[in-house]
Design a protein. Structure first.
Lengths: 340, 357
């Protein structure tokens, strides 16, 4: 009787294994189809851009002014955009106007993910010994895995437990000409009972708690004081700040939306500005997400759970994806010059 | 190894198709070692290393286009050496990484000798993956098996061990490999995501901790990760040390002896707390009336489960939950592959047809 029951259990389990495998295979087929669709879509977009460029060149070569160009709505394609790579900053001749980015569906292509701290910089450490550097790296690696299924190219500032200065992280993102920069950190603050979620983009702050956090995160940045001042002076003129804010909004919203059911006491402190070195020095839209708090015992426990870390990675991915889609897609957004 | 299922009459047609020309295999693709168990009785284990000669000179010396396993490790100075898996999942980053995993799988299958009799065989493979392996990793693995097997089934590694040891109800499997420790509670059904956990605290994390600790305590000495791994495999322990562990390494080109006993103990013990914590978490999710039964039926497997004193240390770390009973599987290195083979043999031919590549 017992043997019969064991055999039935085994048979049932094998049925479930087969079913799971068949579902995964179906995903693979869907994935192949999706890749093919993306390729076709990218090819069609490239053809469109090429055609538009040719028309623009033709019109310009005939000495017409831009206001009389028939394809004015698509003129954005010949303007340097903040999310695009260009060696020299654009000097606009006319006041900035809305840019229709939908003609460049792949304008967010390369994303640098920055797992905070690493090597001899442990970051925050929980009461149970969990180090910020380990959690941020794990989330970043998971995020990279998730992004491999997307059209984005993902680069990490570190892939192992190694020390990387903030200046080197910034230099890496800039040298790779990344389109977006996302830095992952874990908070630690008093009182220990709070479980804050915060997403930062570059800007000034008068909040003493934020400034204290910036001091901690900027430790061993590798920048001299004069270099840091120059960077700060430059940043407020930079239109990428608006894009950083948009990105911070989508990332923060997604993190809160998907983590709240697992972490009901999560306190969304929203999108804030702060002069973190990695946000100041990077030349592309950049955000720093403090995705949980190691000072809180419950968050500490959750962060030890791979599923929770996977959820964080998935939320970051979704936030980035929504931002990229809004940049590419419907034209609901004002584009790169949508005001401060 | 467990015995095969008794097949009902209405499924006889399926079993007929498990004929002489069909070979079933279970593969445990590990970060450090990979093992294969086949229905023709062959069982093999290889170090999970793949290497290609770096240049013309290396090609002339090695006389092979690619080296696998211990042979690759021995000749590493002349090779572009790859470990196809990292943290229990297939590495992806270059074409070479993708090739490496295929070479390793092809090599494992070649070891069972299915091409030696001149017959064409159908190969049905069950491959173990970490419990929380991402969908992308599963897809990559399936792609890598293309051209090597006719049909492939992927299962979580601890489930394969549970199936092979018939620990299917009110039991828990802790499978500690090099890249990951996979923990799975068995409740009489195929484990869901909620029933399984994957931790990075496993053999490799011990190696890294030991290396860091030795470099800190003996800054003058030189250590290689391969030597560290070999010392750990030979002398790893937790709890009270029964002997001093003294190793020979080099400092400024001269050999020196170093006592690594305390560093080794600390490194090995670093995996106990996270594993115990995860066991506690999984046990807490089981219905209360079955929790003690699960606690008394914990199976330990995987290469890193051979750390001396580990079952006792885990029992002690779990003592607040009750009296745990932890059993080390008979053959930790092959437990996953044997379980995979059992699944492969118990699945009907009809099931396998659905999973053909």
């Amino acid at each position: 009787m017992l043997m019969r029951s064991l055999e039935n259990t085994k048979r049932q389990m094998i049925r479930e294994v087969i079913q799971t495998n068949l579902e995964n295979r179906a995903r693979k087929v869907r994935h192949k189809r999706l890749r093919w669709q993306i390729l076709r879509w990218a090819w069609a977009s490239l053809m469109t851009v090429t055609a538009l460029l040719a028309i623009s060149s033709f019109v310009i070569s005939r000495g017409k002014t831009s206001s009389s160009i028939a394809v004015d709505a698509n003129a954005a394609i010949v303007h340097p955009l903040p999310a695009q790579r260009t060696d020299e900053p654009p000097v606009p001749q006319t006041p900035p106007s809305d840019v229709n980015l939908s003609v460049l569906p792949l304008s967010v292509k390369r994303i640098v993910i920055d797992p905070g701290h690493g090597g001899d910089q442990f970051g925050a450490i929980s009461n149970t010994g969990l180090a910020e550097k380990d959690v941020t790296l794990d989330i970043a690696l998971r995020l990279r895995e998730l992004m491999k299924q997307s059209p984005f190219e993902v680069l990490l500032t570190r892939e192992t437990d190694q020390t990387v200065t903030l200046a080197d992280r910034v230099a890496f993102a800039n040298s790779k000409k990344a389109d977006l920069f996302v830095s992952i950190h874990i908070n630690s603050m008093q009182p220990r009972s709070i479980r804050p979620l915060e997403t930062y983009y570059v800007g000034a702050s008068n909040d003493p708690q934020v400034l204290q956090l910036a001091r901690v995160e900027n430790r061993q940045s590798g920048y001299s004081l004069s270099e840091y001042r120059q960077l700060l002076d430059k940043v407020y003129l930079d239109v990428r700040r608006n894009e950083s804010r948009e990105l911070a909004n989508t990332v923060d919203a997604e993190l809160y939306r998907s983590l709240k059911p697992l972490n009901p006491k999560l306190n969304d402190r929203g999108v804030k500005t702060a002069p973190f070195a990695v946000l100041v020095g990077t030349q592309m839209p950049a955000v720093l997400a403090e995705v949980s708090s190691l000072s809180n015992a419950d968050d500490d426990k959750l962060l030890k759970d791979g599923q929770y870390r996977e959820k964080i990675a998935a939320s970051l991915f979704e936030g980035i994806r929504i931002y990229a889609k809004s940049l590419n897609g419907t034209g609901k957004r004002g584009g790169a010059h949508n005001g401060t | 190894m467990q015995k095969a299922l008794t097949v009902p009459e209405n499924e006889v047609a399926h079993t007929m198709a498990h004929n002489d020309e069909t070979i079933c295999v279970g593969i445990d693709l590990g970060t450090s070692r990979s093992s294969i168990s086949a229905s023709n009785g062959e069982r093999h284990v290889v170090d999970s290393y793949v290497g290609w000669p770096l240049d013309m000179v290396a090609r002339k010396v090695i006389k092979k286009p690619v080296l696998i396993g211990g042979e690759a490790l021995e000749n590493r100075s002349m090779l572009d050496l790859r470990r196809p898996l990292e943290n229990g999942v297939i590495k992806e980053g270059s074409e070479r990484d993708a090739q490496a995993v295929q070479e390793l799988l092809r090599h494992l299958v070649s070891l069972i000798g299915i091409n030696n009799d001149g017959k064409q065989h159908k190969l049905r493979a069950v491959v173990g993956v970490p419990a929380e392996a991402m969908q992308t990793s599963r897809l990559r693995l399936r792609t890598a098996m293309d051209g090597i097997a006719d049909s492939v089934m992927l299962v979580s590694e601890p489930f394969a061990v549970a199936y092979g040891t018939e620990a299917l109800l009110h039991a828990m499997v802790i499978d500690i490999g090099a890249g990951t420790a996979d923990i799975c509670v068995m409740q009489g059904r195929y484990p869901t995501e909620d029933d399984q956990r994957t931790l990075p605290n496993a053999g490799d994390s011990i190696d890294e901790r030991l290396l860091g600790s030795l470099q800190e305590h003996h800054p003058q000495a030189q250590f290689s990760i391969h030597a560290i791994r070999a010392w750990k495999e030979k002398w790893s322990f937790v709890g009270e040390s029964k002997r001093r562990v003294v190793v020979t390494t080099a400092a400024d080109g001269k050999p020196i002896d170093i006592d690594i006993t305390e560093d080794l103990r600390a490194a090995c013990e670093s995996i106990v707390a996270p594993i115990a914590e995860t066991v506690r978490d999984l046990v807490a999710r089981v219905e209360p009336e079955y929790q003690q039964r699960v606690l008394k039926n914990i199976i330990l497997s995987g290469g890193s489960s051979l750390i001396e004193g580990l079952p006792e240390a885990l029992k002690s770390a779990l003592s607040e939950l009750g009296k745990a009973q932890i059993t080390l599987v008979q053959d930790p290195v092959f437990a996953g592959a044997d379980g995979g083979l059992a699944i492969a043999q118990d699945a009907s031919a009809g099931d396998w047809e659905k999973l053909s590549l």
